[in-house]
Design a protein around this ligand. Structure first.
Ligand SMILES: [Zn+2]
Length: 141
C-alpha cells in the first residue's frame, strides 16, 4: 500500500461512485467531504462538514480539515490531519483517547438543554420597558 502524501481538492455537487486516491471530494450541497484513506488501504473516509463534525478551510486550492481523521474502525486504524492539502500523520490513538473523543462527540451532539424556567418567566426587556411606560403615564398624564 502506498501512503498518500497530499490531497487535491475537487468540488463536486455529486459524489462519484468510486473515489480516486489522492483526491478530496467536497460537496457543499451534501455538506460532506470524502476521500480514500491516505494509507492506501482503499477505505472511503466520509467527513460530514457540519459544526459538530469537521471544519473545512480552503487555502487557495488546498483544503485543511479539522479535527484529525481517525480511522479507528478500519483495519489500518490510521490517524492523520489534512493540513493545506498535505497529509500529516499523527500517532495512533490509544483506545482511551478514542473513547474520550467519542464521549465528547456525544455530548456535543446532544440537543441544547431547555432554558431554565426562571429565565423564561423573568421580565423581558420589552416587558420591563412597558411597565416603566405605564408608570410614566400614570404619573405624568
Ligand atoms: Zn487506511
Amino acid at each position: 500500500m502506498t501512503r498518500i502524501k497530499r490531497l487535491r481538492t475537487v468540488f463536486t455537487a455529486e459524489i462519484p461512485e468510486t473515489l480516486d486516491d489522492g483526491v478530496l471530494y467536497v460537496s457543499r450541497e451534501c455538506r460532506v467531504a470524502l476521500h480514500n484513506c491516505a494509507c492506501g488501504c482503499g477505505e472511503e473516509v466520509s467527513t460530514p462538514l457540519v459544526a459538530t463534525e469537521y471544519k473545512l478551510t480552503m487555502h487557495g486550492d488546498n483544503a485543511s480539515l479539522w479535527p484529525s481523521i481517525g480511522n479507528h474502525d478500519f483495519a489500518c486504524a490510521s490517524h492523520y490531519v489534512i493540513d493545506q492539502g498535505m497529509i500529516v500523520w499523527a500517532n495512533k490513538m490509544s483506545r482511551a483517547a478514542i473513547e474520550a473523543g467519542r464521549e465528547k462527540d456525544r455530548l456535543l451532539k446532544r440537543p441544547p438543554a431547555p432554558s431554565p424556567i426562571a429565565e423564561t418567566m423573568g421580565p423581558t426587556a420589552g416587558g420591563l420597558f412597558g411597565w416603566f411606560k405605564s408608570i410614566f403615564r400614570k404619573f405624568f398624564n
